[in-house]
Design a protein around this ligand. Structure first.
Ligand code: 5AD
Ligand code: SF4
Length: 455
């Protein structure tokens, strides 16, 4: 396939799941740009549709096949109009269910796992030529980041940057080590170069991404290896960058250098997503988390000593195989002890091929449902109290654009809360102190103070 005039073909990408998938979708669009593919807002009439899937929870396969049914009709309509729509399934469901997808949905042209995006142009060429399906779900020896072009589309004021992928931790319930493969860290210089480009394109906040981001251990410019704490120190020097964040972390990979970075770098935002999953040592052991509830509490304490205003966020799973009522109570105890600013909580859902899925002591859905409701009520209360505690404070807000209502501007607090302020001025890209006047369950509102901080 020859290089085409930019925008000659229309590409629609549907993204499910995490920020990593959002990032991957943008990179797939980047690799296809030289083939003439430009983003299209709707799948109707597109020359290529990529469905970037997520396998972490929910009924991933059912959701996929129902969406594919819809896309099949669009593909047929396009063919009836004399065109051709290439249909690709990417992401973790593609990795996990590759052959099954082609068996059940033979109209799919390309199935590609997360480690093969850099080969997409070649797959598109093969699919276009042969008309048969192409499947690429190996974990290639080469690292995809070495073969991807530099990100082209600007991400805006708050940008995401993937620094590591995959995971070697093998938590009992999790598909990531199987769908994303072994842990791979990008070299420090590649990360810094990408961060520089993002800032040049207007980014003022960068969130470093990875399935287990604090396991990052990238090749350093001096030939050694850096950890995440060291990398953050380096990124904090970038002129124009105001804020840094990273997600998602494992408690066991939180080393002292990283804790110290929270003490020393004011621009490392005081909000940390640090999943604990359970507060019961028995369940934590069954989950293969390799830490106890007391380890987590100690770590939270250490982090809060390093950065006293640090707000913690977490993920929880209720109803992991073998979880007793006492185990669940231990989770509630841990939540009360830590006091989270916000959290995500889920019912355990068996993922085929993971150890927990085959465990004998699966819980009935009703028990999971009840525990989830109880845990969420507790977490909601903590979040509401945390938000209410912000009222009366003056918080620096990084403005990103207009709010939903006319005359409103919107941004984020250091704790990632959306903040709305009345004002007609275009404040996008500026970090300005805001007096917080009111708290809603998921956001804050306030007024601009006299002082105008860093532009
Ligand atoms: N069932 C329920 N929740 C899960 N998570 C991961 N796998 C499962 C599963 N099988 C949750 C974990 C993880 C978050 C991203 O999703 O809490 O931290
Ligand atoms: Fe999955 Fe995170 Fe555990 Fe890795 S550390 S296996 S990504 S839950």
């Amino acid at each position: 396939m020859s290089t085409l005039e930019a925008g000659a073909r229309r590409l629609h990408v549907i993204t499910w799941g995490c920020q990593m998938n959002v990032y991957d979708s943008a990179r797939m669009a980047d690799v296809l740009a030289p083939l003439g593919y430009a983003p299209a807002p709707v799948p109707e009439g597109a020359d290529m549709v990529i469905l970037n899937t997520c396998h972490i929870r929910d009924k991933a396969a059912e959701k996929l096949f129902s969406e594919l049914g819809r896309l099949r009709r669009l593909k047929e309509r396009r063919a009836a109009d004399g065109g051709r729509m290439i249909l690709a399934v990417a992401g973790c469901v593609a990795q996990a269910e590759g052959a099954e997808i082609l068996a059940r949905a033979p109209y799919v042209d390309i199935v590609l796992g997360p480690q093969t995006y850099h080969r997409l142009p070649e797959m598109v060429a093969r699919a276009a030529r042969a008309g048969g399906a192409v499947i690429e779900t190996d974990f290639p020896a080469e690292q995809k980041f070495d073969f991807l072009p530099d990100a082209s589309a600007p991400q805006g004021i708050t940008a995401f940057l993937t620094i590591q992928e995959g995971c070697d931790r093998f938590c009992s319930f999790c598909v990531v080590p199987y769908t994303r493969g072994a842990e791979q860290s990008r070299p420090a210089m590649a990360v810094i170069a990408e961060a520089r480009r993002l800032v040049a394109q207007g980014a003022r906040e960068i969130t470093l991404l990875g399935q287990n981001v604090n396991a990052w251990h990238g090749e350093a410019p001096d030939g050694g290896v850096w950890g995440l704490g060291r990398l953050l120190r380096e990124l904090a020097e970038l002129p124009g960058l105001l804020r840094l964040r990273y997600t998602t972390s494992h408690p066991r990979d939180m080393d002292d250098e990283l804790v110290t970075a929270h003490r020393d770098l004011p621009m490392l935002m005081p909000f940390l997503h640090l999943p604990v999953q359970s507060g019961s040592d028995h369940v934590l052991a069954a989950m293969n988390r390799r830490h106890t509830a007391a380890d987590y509490l100690r770590l939270a304490e250490k982090l809060r000593t390093a950065r006293p205003d640090l707000a913690l966020s977490s993920d929880f799973i209720v109803g992991h195989p073998g979880e007793t009522e006492a185990d669940f109570q231990a989770t509630l105890d841990l939540v009360r002890e830590v006091d989270f600013a916000q959290a995500f909580s889920f019912k355990y859902s068996p993922r085929p091929g993971t150890p927990a899925a085959g465990a004998p002591s699966q819980l009935p859905d009703a028990a999971k449902e009840q525990r989830l409701a109880e845990l969420q009520a507790l977490l909601r209360g903590q979040q509401a109290r945390f938000n209410a505690g912000c009222v009366g404070l003056t918080l620096p807000v990084l403005f990103t654009g207009r709010g939903r209502h006319p005359g409103q501007v919107a941004g984020r607090s250091p704790f990632l809360q959306p903040v709305h302020v009345l004002g007609a001025e275009d404040l996008a890209g500026r970090e300005i102190p805001v007096e917080i006047a009111a708290a809603l369950p998921n956001s804050l509102s306030g007024t601009l103070t006299e002082e105008r901080a860093r532009a």
